[in-house]
Design a binder for this molecule. Structure first.
Ligand code: ADP
Ligand code: MG
Length: 356
């Protein structure tokens, strides 16, 4: 048997990949794997190296060091057209003078496929993305969302092992973005292809991914499922980047019965982190994990600095001994006025100890 064995088809591995542009280190050292048939998102702030990583996978950039494997095969020195991947670009990059059908068939035709067969395949791909009947139109006759679906069809028609998407929704308005991201995810799950998806939008990443690789300064800050990243952030950076969080200093104590607690002022919060060590640490607290009440013993005392009514919740900023906290309170019946003294409590969920 030649070629990759079946279980590896669609898998991706980065092994200690590094990329420099002259003196700029774009990627320090990147090692991660992607399981076949999953959607993995590269997420991180602008300039962290997401596009460079995707372009190295596509064969559009050459790593300075390390290896890249696709389907179990070392593709590090292979040109783009021999890698069995296709890319959906941010700008769609459709040919404006060609019909939609010709755009989608283009890759097959330039690979030598006969016109009739290429056309047939293009129509099937357009059907997959819900654009049946659009083959004869020009790109300018389609909306932005439809053009993006053509770009996806054009990549999928090549039946690549891995589909690469670089900020595919950034040219769409906010309302369409949610809709198209759902479509892409639905298509990926239905057809079962491997996808590597780049975005700087954490909500988009949470919504579409099986796993998220969060990057920072050319390195992996943390990777895991959306839930792992949200509920067990490994650093203050992750806690604040994935969702919003108040990161505050606390003290980890062991109570008389041996249970671990975090102490924040007068407030004690039980910890379910068996590996936690006693002493100074940090807590990441989601804005909706705090309750506001009267300044009673056992609460963290604070003074309301601002209060904004937003229909179904109230947003507060409260000054406390551990800093100014951002609190989202669903209890809209009672607005705590600015300058009033309050006692803050914590609920069970939405509080995570950040490892030292
Ligand atoms: N062709 C290039 N020449 C020089 N520096 C580059 C080049 N491409 C990217 N970089 C640098 O590499 C870093 C990562 O860029 P990029 O991968 O585009 O980030 P992202 O997609 O996460 O915004 C940035 O510092 C960027 O300026
Ligand atoms: Mg980019």
């Amino acid at each position: 048997m030649t070629g990759p064995s079946a279980p590896l088809k669609g898998s991706v591995r980065f092994e200690a990949v590094e990329k420099r542009f002259g003196s700029v280190v774009a990627i320090r050292s990147l090692s991660f794997g992607i399981e076949p048939g999953t959607l993995v998102t590269l997420l991180g702030p602008s300039g962290c190296g997401k596009t460079t990583t995707l372009r190295m996978l596509a064969g559009l950039e050459q790593p300075t060091a390390g290896r890249i494997l696709i389907g179990g095969r070392d593709v590090t020195s292979l040109p783009a057209n021999e890698r069995d991947v296709s890319m959906v670009f941010q700008s769609y990059a459709l040919f404006p003078h060609m019909t939609i059908g010709e755009n989608v068939a283009y890759g097959l035709r330039s690979g030598g496929m006969a016109k009739r067969e290429a056309w047939e395949r293009a129509r099937e791909a357009l059907m997959l993305v819900g654009l049946d009947g659009f083959a004869e139109r020009l790109p300018s006759e389609l909306s932005g969302g439809q053009q993006q679906r053509v770009a996806v069809a054009r990549a999928l028609v090549l039946e690549p092992q891995v589909l690469l998407l670089d900020e595919p929704l950034s040219n769409l308005d906010a309302r369409l973005r949610r809709h198209v991201r759902t479509e892409i995810r639905e298509l990926q799950q239905r057809l079962g292809f491997t996808a590597v998806y780049v975005t700087h939008d954490q909500e988009e990443a949470l919504a579409v991914s099986d796993r998220i690789v969060v990057m920072r300064d050319g390195e992996i800050a943390q990777s895991g499922s959306p839930r792992e990243l949200y509920e067990a952030p490994a650093s203050a950076f992750i806690a604040d980047f994935i969702g919003e969080a108040n990161v505050v200093p606390c003290e980890v104590l062991r109570s008389a019965d041996g249970a671990l607690q975090a102490r924040l002022g007068d407030l004690r919060h039980p910890l379910h982190a068996p590996a936690a060590r006693e002493g100074a640490a940090q807590l990441a607290i989601r804005p909706n994990a705090m309750t506001l009440g009267d300044p009673l013993p056992g609460t963290l005392s604070g003074r309301v600095a601002s209060a904004a009514y937003l229909g179904d919740h109230i947003e507060y900023e409260v000054e406390t001994a551990v800093g100014r906290l951002f609190i989202v309170d669903a209890a809209i019946e009672r607005v705590r006025p600015v300058a009033s003294d309050v006692g803050i409590g914590l609920i069970e969920r939405g509080v995570a100890l950040i490892p030292a």
